[in-house]
Design a protein around this ligand. Structure first.
Ligand code: ADP
Ligand code: ADP
Length: 229
């Protein structure tokens, strides 16, 4: 496990419109920090900077004490697992999709990851819309089921650092609770950054940062922030 640290990070897509205006926080090794805020606050931008899709225009980002400006993007992708809100599946079985990027994993490991993410009953199925054999119908996966495939893939990959894009608002509340449970399970013991729209989904975070218009406007534990309104 490694620490993730943002030091006075500044970023704009457009010079005249700053998106992140001096963001500082640290996720201690093995801990969970949640970034909560309204749509457009800059949450996705912040996570993209962590993967070096863009470079900060001020400040720096450190992973395990090392400035990521000097770390190759593929190394970052290997060290940081991402569970996105929308998962695009590859043209192969769910099992293949779970194994993706961990080609050395055994069948048993793939099955165990699928079981933990509660997607094991689909492991041999092909997703709908792909070139399934003639006469066979592909499996229509819901958004929540696709997200479980991504969770299983991340369980198998077991990266030291996790980014969870927890926009589960499109899911019904039963599915959301189940996904939440699976995500909590993956996050345990890993350095985790959770991106969320609502305070109610990040009860287990060690610290919550409220981001608004590119500035951290509040920070604290779940109870503290609820009390503050
Ligand atoms: P959030 O994830 O909190 O909804 P984003 O980081 O996606 O916020 O977006 C923050 C702001 O940056 C928004 O105003 C958005 O329109 C803008 N933005 C996001 N991506 C781009 C981009 N690639 N180019 C220009 N503006 C962008
Ligand atoms: P999400 O937050 O779901 O990841 P995006 O970050 O892609 O979505 O987009 C967030 C906001 O940024 C949206 O309002 C989108 O319209 C806007 N946006 C994305 N890319 C660009 C861009 N290239 N130029 C301007 N606005 C953008």
């Amino acid at each position: 496990t490694a620490e993730v640290r943002f030091e006075d990070v500044r970023f704009a897509y457009n010079p005249d419109r700053p998106i992140l205006r001096g963001i500082s926080f640290a996720v201690p090794p093995g801990r969970t920090v949640a970034i909560v805020g309204p749509s457009g606050a800059g949450k996705s931008t912040l996570s993209r900077l962590l993967f070096r899709f863009y470079e900060p225009q001020g400040g720096r980002i450190l992973v395990g004490g090392q400035d990521i400006a000097a770390v190759r993007q593929d190394s970052l992708r290997a060290a940081i697992g991402m569970v996105p809100q929308d998962t695009v599946l590859f043209n192969d079985t769910i099992g293949y999709n779970i194994r993706y990027g961990r080609w050395d994993a055994s069948e048993a490991e793939v099955r165990e990851a699928a079981r933990l993410a509660q997607i094991d009953r689909f492991i041999a199925s092909l997703p709908e819309g792909y070139d399934t054999p003639v006469g066979e119908r592909g499996l229509k996966l819901s958004g929540g089921e696709k997200q479980r495939v991504a969770i299983a893939r991340t369980i198998l990959k077991a990266p030291p650092i996790l980014v969870l894009d927890e926009a589960t608002s499109a899911l019904d509340s039963f599915t959301e609770a189940q996904i939440q449970d699976a995500l909590d399970r993956v996050a345990r013991g890993r350095t985790t950054l959770v991106i969320a729209h609502r305070l109610s989904t990040v009860v287990n975070a060690d610290e919550i940062l409220v981001l608004d218009h590119g500035v951290i406007v509040e920070r604290g534990g779940h109870a503290e922030l609820l009390a503050a309104g």
